[in-house]
Design a binder for this molecule. Structure first.
Ligand code: NAP
Length: 300
């Protein structure tokens, strides 16, 4: 029931109507008996700073931030956590009330942590020191590579169609810590480097849009070449949940992990920041079940 005590959070983006976040957060609030609601907040480009001031005025406890505002929102914030600074992108805001009645707005990024949690839940332990391949060099690849740099000790190769984008990612993340440059490399996304690097890696992550609806027959992995069975394969694409890449991985006996875990994982970390309610694993399970219900409904 919404009443005078209801606490508000939401999603600030443009567009927001297809997001799974309202369903997953509201399901977790209901299951945990919290008088909180998560609402979609469509904010056109150019209005994001006004929207942040509005959140404070309306007493919101925080929001998630999605495209196209992840970078544009930064000048409106009072602080940024380390991950948001390194990635140059914010996906969660926390409105913190001060003793004098004023509020400050903190910007965070929960994508890297959400990804690493999803990897572990999927059976790959990044702390094992194995090498990792990240295919793609967009915004999601930055979060994935940073999550791997922080949680593992292995080398990370970033393969991308446009080599310059992979080189820029490697250079940017390399500046975050003196130990990182020696662990990072950039390669073109072509069959020879992909197959060669995969032999020496424990994890392959697809962060490109290949395989995403409606191009469901596309895959970063070549046809007629078995995926090495020792690999764990993580596909960030979650529409569809079972991508062609994951089917190729399973057919070869590799460990295949779907993209819903990262979506839910970043949400569960934000949920815990706003509400103080954990443990994240319990929230994650509730959220995943809610997303699956929505996705099943959409598929009918
Ligand atoms: P982005 O910034 O637009 O980056 C897209 C990447 O895909 C770039 O590296 C691009 O290469 C590559 N790419 C696009 N078309 C390609 C093609 N035909 N062949 C080879 N490479 C191609 O997008 P993003 O925000 O990083 O998102 C990437 C994917 O991750 C999307 O499917 C998104 O839905 C998914 N995602 C999932 C989660 C999750 O929680 N599971 C979170 C974030 C994103 P170039 O540099 O050459 O253009």
């Amino acid at each position: 029931m919404i009443n005078g005590h209801t606490q508000l959070v939401g999603l600030l983006g443009w567009p927001v109507e297809h997001s799974l976040s309202p369903a997953m957060h509201n399901a977790a609030f209901d299951a945990l008996g919290l008088n909180w609601r998560y609402v979609p907040l469509p904010v056109p480009p150019g209005s994001v700073e006004t929207a942040v001031r509005g959140l404070v005025a309306l007493g919101f406890r925080g929001v998630n931030v999605t495209v196209p505002h992840k970078r544009a929102v930064m000048p409106a914030l009072d602080s940024l956590d380390r991950t948001a600074q390194v990635l140059g992108a914010v996906n969660t805001l926390l409105v913190e009330r001060q003793a004098d009645g004023s509020s400050i707005v903190a910007g965070c990024n929960t994508d890297a942590l959400g990804f690493v949690g999803a990897l572990r839940a999927g059976g790959f332990e990044p702390g094992g020191g194995q090498n990792c391949l990240v295919v793609g060099a967009g915004g999601a690849a930055r979060a994935v590579a940073f999550g791997l740099l922080r949680s593992s000790s292995g080398r990370i190769a970033v393969l991308n169609r446009t080599l310059e984008h992979a080189q820029a990612l490697v250079a940017d993340l390399g500046r975050a810590d003196p130990a990182y440059p020696a662990r990072l490399s950039a390669l073109p996304l072509a069959q020879a480097p992909l197959l060669e690097s995969a032999q020496a890696a424990g994890l392959l992550v697809n962060t490109t849009t290949l395989g995403m609806w409606p191009h469901v027959d596309a895959s970063i992995w070549p046809e007629d070449v078995p995926v090495p069975a020792h690999l764990s394969v993580y596909d960030l694409v979650y529409n569809p949940l079972e991508t062609r890449l994951l089917r190729q991985a399973r057919a070869s006996g590799a460990n295949a992990i779907d993209g819903l875990g990262m979506l839910v994982g970043q949400g569960a970390v934000a949920f815990e920041m706003w509400t103080g309610q954990g443990p994240v694993a319990k929230v994650t399970a509730l959220m995943r079940a809610a997303c699956e219900r929505v996705m099943e409904g959409q598929a009918r």
